[in-house]
Design a protein around this ligand. Sequence first.
Ligand code: HXC
Length: 272
Amino acid sequence: MATRASPFVNDAVKGKVALITGGGSGIGYEISVQLGMHGAFVAIMGRRKAVLESAVSELRGLGISAVGFEGDVRKREDARRVVESTFQHFGRIDVLVNAAAGNFLVSAEDLSPNGFKTVLDIDAVGTFTMCHEALKYLKKGGQGKSPSEGGGVILNISATLHYTASWYQIHVSAAKAAVDALTRNLALEWGTDYDIRVNGVAPGPIGDTTGMDKLVPKEINSKAREYMPLYKLGEKWDIAMAILFLVCDAGKYINGTTLVVDGGLWLSRPRH
Ligand code: HXC
């Protein structure tokens, strides 16, 4: 799809260093593109070397200063190494986007406790681990910053599954509920102590993503349009624009919120 024109000025996040987990593909990659196109230096983290390399080369092709670091957010040593490598490479860290996620459709009855734990480990524990490792760089006057400089920004990718209940998504619902709790609690503690803003974005169904391919088989996709009046697919661009808004100065007074970007879908009810 052709890239949409951005409503933001192209230096909206100029000079900021952003680390994006899961930044090599899907929504994470589009966030990397848009932060980069608006002036940020971009580090992406992912488990798959080939995916990372190809993403970095595409980002550089767009004129973005980008680097990729292999790592699994479930491993604390990987989290620490990637955060430190980002700092070594760019000299500071201003923005952490936690976009890495794991998912599959399975009934609660068929889901093993280890399957449940695996998704909690990636989405919830992984998000906390990354935040924890990045704190010393993100905080007001943190490493690489002048003492008077303000704190950075954390963005957590969430979902709307857990606002109600979702078929075959008990693991992801639990994980994203935990992510939302992290967003609020870190916003309180680190907003107060370190001038760090912590927010989330909860995407609805976004076209052309692994999540949609894995979670919403085509027949369900077309059926949903019939009984959900607000059902329409979003674009990765929609999520990246929400992130950009929350990262740049337009969002400077926003802390501890999770912005739902789903076209209103989670409110949808059949007409009667
Ligand atoms: C049932 C499954 C399963 C499946 C794995 N498990 N896949 N159980 N159905 N399809 C269970 C395994 O049996 C095992 O438990 C445990 O989970 C760990 O499995 P592994 O294969 O060892 O894990 P790993 O190789 O680390 O893979 C992690 C993964 C994988 C989550 C399972 O799918 C992954 O990393 N995917 C990442 C890409 C992805 O899906 N991204 C899209 C996110 S979309 P046992 O008991 O057997 O040991 C998204 C949108 C959310 O997040 C919002 C939606 C609206």
